[in-house]
Design a protein around this ligand. Structure first.
Ligand code: APR
Length: 336
C-alpha cells in the first residue's frame, strides 16, 4: 500500500480510479485534482458564482468517502479545484484533458485544435507535478497518448523508468477479450501483446498470442484472427460510437491500475507499456508501446521480442507515426 496516489483529472476515468483505489486498498490517501466545472466568462455573474462553488473533484471524493463505511475501507479522499490535492503523491495517474466532442453549434474541433488545447493542459499538469510531487512515478492515460507522454517527458525530464503511458495494457486486453470470445474460452487463458503507438497503427502481435500457452492459430483461423486484429485497432472508436457521450472509461482505469499494482507490490510483471526507448527496437528518444518488466521502480527493463518480418514492418510503421506526432508536438510547444 502506498501513502498517497494522486489523480489528475476527475472525469469518467478519474472517478473509476478513485473508487477502485479505495476498494483495492492501494493507498492510504487519494488526492483528486480537477478544475471543473470551468467558469464561462460569457455566463451571467450569478451563474459564475454558482460554478465557482462547484467542484467535480471534491464532489466525487465526498461521494466515495460517504460509501467507505459501507465497503469497510479507511482511505482518506481529498479533492481540489487546484492541484493541492496531489501534494506529496508517490504515484500520479494522469487523465487530464479535453475530449473530442461537438461544440454547441454542432461543429467539431480539428485534431490540431484539440492537440493544442491538450498540450496546454499537459503543460499545467507537468508544472503541478513539478511543484507538488516531483519524485512521483507517473502513469499517463490522457489522449493523444503518445503526444501527452512525450510532452510530460519534455517538461519534467524524469528518470526514464518513472514515466510511462497506459495504452498497451488496454489494447492488449481488448485483443485478448476478442480472442477469448471467438474461441469460446476463458479470458484467463488468453495472453497477447499489442505494441507500437496508441492509434490506428498499433500492432496486435499474433506471434505473442496464446491460449493456455498454445499458439492462437490452433484455435482460430487466419481470417478470424485478421478480423480480430482489425477490430482491436479500432476498438476505442467502437466504444465511443456506442456510448455517445465520451470514450471508454472502465477498461482504461482497470488497465492503469494493473500497471499501478505491479509497481506498488513490486510484482515485476511483464506488461505492454508506453516506455522511453533508447535504441531498443531501433527507436531512440521516443515513447512507444513495448513489453517491459514493471516493478517498484516503474519500467524496470524493456524486453525486445523476436518479431516476424511482417510484425517488425508494422512496428516500424507505427513508430514512424509516433515520430510524426512528436515532431508536431515539438512545433506546437515552441508556439505555446
Ligand atoms: N488539469 C486537470 N484536469 C483537467 C484539466 C487541467 N488543466 N483540464 C481538463 N481537466 C479534466 C476535465 O475537467 C475532466 O474532468 O480532465 C477530465 C477528463 O475527464 P473526461 O473528459 O471525463 O475524460 P475521461 O473519459 O476520464 O478520459 C480522460 O483518458 O482515455 C483518455 O481519451 C481519454 O484523454 C481522455 C482521458
Amino acid at each position: 500500500m502506498l501513502n498517497k496516489i494522486g489523480l489528475i483529472g476527475g472525469g469518467y476515468i478519474g472517478g473509476v480510479l478513485a473508487q477502485e483505489i479505495a476498494m483495492r486498498k492501494l493507498a492510504k490517501e487519494v488526492g483528486l485534482a480537477d478544475p471543473a466545472p470551468f467558469l464561462n466568462p460569457d455566463d451571467p455573474p450569478e451563474r459564475q458564482e454558482v460554478i465557482k462553488k462547484q467542484s467535480v473533484a471534491i464532489g466525487k471524493c465526498l461521494d466515495i468517502a460517504e460509501g467507505l463505511p459501507t465497503i469497510r475501507r479507511d482511505v482518506r479522499l481529498v479533492g481540489s479545484k487546484d492541484y493541492s490535492a496531489i501534494k506529496d503523491a508517490e504515484l500520479i495517474i494522469n487523465t487530464a484533458g479535453v475530449p473530442r466532442k461537438a461544440r454547441p453549434d454542432g461543429t467539431f474541433p480539428s485534431r490540431e485544435e484539440l492537440l493544442t488545447i491538450n498540450l496546454k493542459v499537459t503543460n499545467q499538469v507537468a508544472a503541478a507535478i513539478q511543484e507538488n510531487c516531483p519524485n512521483a512515478t507517473i502513469i499517463s492515460i490522457a489522449n493523444p497518448l503518445d503526444a501527452i507522454v512525450y510532452t510530460l517527458n519534455k517538461r519534467l525530464n524524469p528518470p526514464k523508468n518513472k514515466l510511462m503511458g497506459m495504452a498497451g495494457q488496454l489494447d492488449s486486453g481488448r485483443y485478448c477479450y476478442f480472442v477469448a470470445d471467438a474461441a469460446n474460452v476463458s479470458v484467463e487463458n488468453v495472453n497477447a501483446l499489442v505494441l507500437g503507438g496508441h492509434g490506428d497503427t498499433m500492432v496486435p502481435v499474433r506471434s505473442s498470442c496464446s491460449i493456455a500457452g498454445i499458439p492462437v492459430e490452433k484455435f482460430l483461423d487466419d481470417d478470424t484472427l485478421k478480423a480480430i486484429e482489425a477490430r482491436t485497432r479500432k476498438a476505442g472508436g467502437e466504444v465511443v460510437g456506442l456510448l455517445g457521450f465520451g470514450s471508454a472509461f472502465v477498461s482504461p482505469a482497470w488497465a492503469a491500475l494493473h500497471m499501478a499494482e505491479a509497481i506498488i507490490y513490486d510484482k515485476r510483471k511483464v506488461l505492454p507499456v508506453c516506455a522511453m526507448l533508447e535504441g531498443e527496437y531501433g527507436v531512440n528518444g521516443m515513447f512507444v508501446g513495448v513489453p517491459a518488466i514493471v516493478g517498484k521502480n516503474g519500467v524496470e527493463k524493456v524486453i525486445e521480442l523476436d518479431l516476424t518480418d511482417e510484425e517488425k514492418a508494422a512496428f516500424e510503421h507505427s513508430a514512424g507515426a509516433v515520430r510524426k506526432t512528436c515532431d508536431e508536438v515539438d512545433e506546437m510547444l515552441r508556439n505555446l
